[in-house]
Design a protein around this ligand. Structure first.
Ligand code: CDT
Length: 312
């Protein structure tokens, strides 16, 4: 049995003129509240150090550079690493990464309770577009600013717990959870920025929340694992993003959920034993999965014609 008290640290809007030290101070406050309430691991959002800049089109390279971290930790973020180590709390943090050789990724790391980075993920499902839709007030330019991640979907040992990493839009894709579950993940953690207005997305506004929760709950249930998801939310530079930070159980229930659209800590205790009955019955992978019949999943990307099936 592994029990962990986990916090999702929801972060309200970060305005474009808010500098790193101010943002990191907010994150440290959330971390301290989480630790005070017993959390041993804290999940922060995607791009937790900046405003959700893919809403802006710019060709100003200095402006773009200002959104990316070229080292992690770096002097601005060090106070978060220091405080977490003092408190003996691990964390997950999303940020925009620029590598030494000039690559740009939407990245998340996990840090264990001794303050060391013990896992890294670079976002694979990049939503949105790369062209300039100048008529829109808020664009979604993840495909312009980031490359597709090159690290795969990894599961890391974080203080004795197997933690799988992903980011935001990944949570909507069932393959992500399954690939993490097949590596024994007990907990999947993710941060997200989900704007209400997304270019090309047609669903009514209320479905932004229901599809978010549905994705967490389905991923958790179908893979017998816990899912903890932290939003950056509320209004950023006039653009609203949903809250709904939550922890989903291996039974597909919501254990805890944020109530506000601003800085808020929600805490829940996860227990790997709770996953076991699911793993030993309906989702006993070894006994019931039939990968030989799932070949299309890796052979095809888009929808195609039915594959001729025998009718004996
Ligand atoms: N950040 C991110 O991936 N957001 C998407 C919404 C926008 S898709 C154009 C999400 O899935 O929440």
């Amino acid at each position: 049995m592994t029990r962990r008290t986990v916090a999702v640290a929801q972060v309200g809007g970060i305005q474009p003129d808010e500098d790193r030290p101010a943002v990191v101070e907010r994150l440290v406050h959330l971390l301290e509240e989480a630790a005070e309430r017993g959390a041993q691991f804290v999940v922060f959002p995607e791009m937790a150090l900046t405003t959700f800049f893919p809403r802006y089109w710019t060709e100003d390279t200095d402006r773009v550079d200002s959104w990316f971290e070229s080292a992690m930790p770096n002097p601005a973020v060090q106070p978060l690493f220091d405080r977490a180590k003092e408190l003996g709390v691990g964390f997950y943090l999303g940020y925009a990464e620029r590598t030494d050789d000039g690559h740009h990724y939407n990245t998340a790391i996990v840090v264990d309770s001794s303050g060391g980075i013990c896992g890294k993920y670079r976002k694979i499902h990049l939503p949105g577009h790369s062209d300039n839709r100048r008529d829109l007030r808020a664009q979604h330019l993840e495909k312009k600013y980031f490359e597709v991640g090159d690290l795969g979907f990894g599961v890391f040992d974080v203080d004795g717990l197997k933690v799988g990493l992903c980011l935001c839009n990944d949570r909507r894709w069932p393959e992500v959870y399954r690939v993490l579950a097949l590596q024994g993940a007990d907990l999947v953690v993710l941060g997200y920025n989900t704007p209400l207005d997304v270019p090309g997305w047609q669903e009514p506004p209320h479905m932004k929340m229901s599809t978010h929760l549905l994705s967490l709950q389905a991923g958790a249930y179908q893979n017998s694992l816990w899912v903890a998801a932290a939003a950056k939310c509320g209004v950023e530079d006039g653009s609203y993003m949903i809250g709904g930070s939550a922890i989903a159980t291996p039974g597909g229930d919501i254990l805890v959920q944020a109530l506000s659209d601003s800085d808020e800590v929600v805490v829940g205790t996860i227990d790997t034993d709770y996953s076991e009955p699911f793993r030993r019955s309906v989702f006993d992978f070894e006994a019931h999965r039939r990968p030989e019949h799932y070949r299309l999943i890796i052979e095809r990307t888009g929808r195609g014609e039915p594959v001729p099936a025998p009718i004996p």
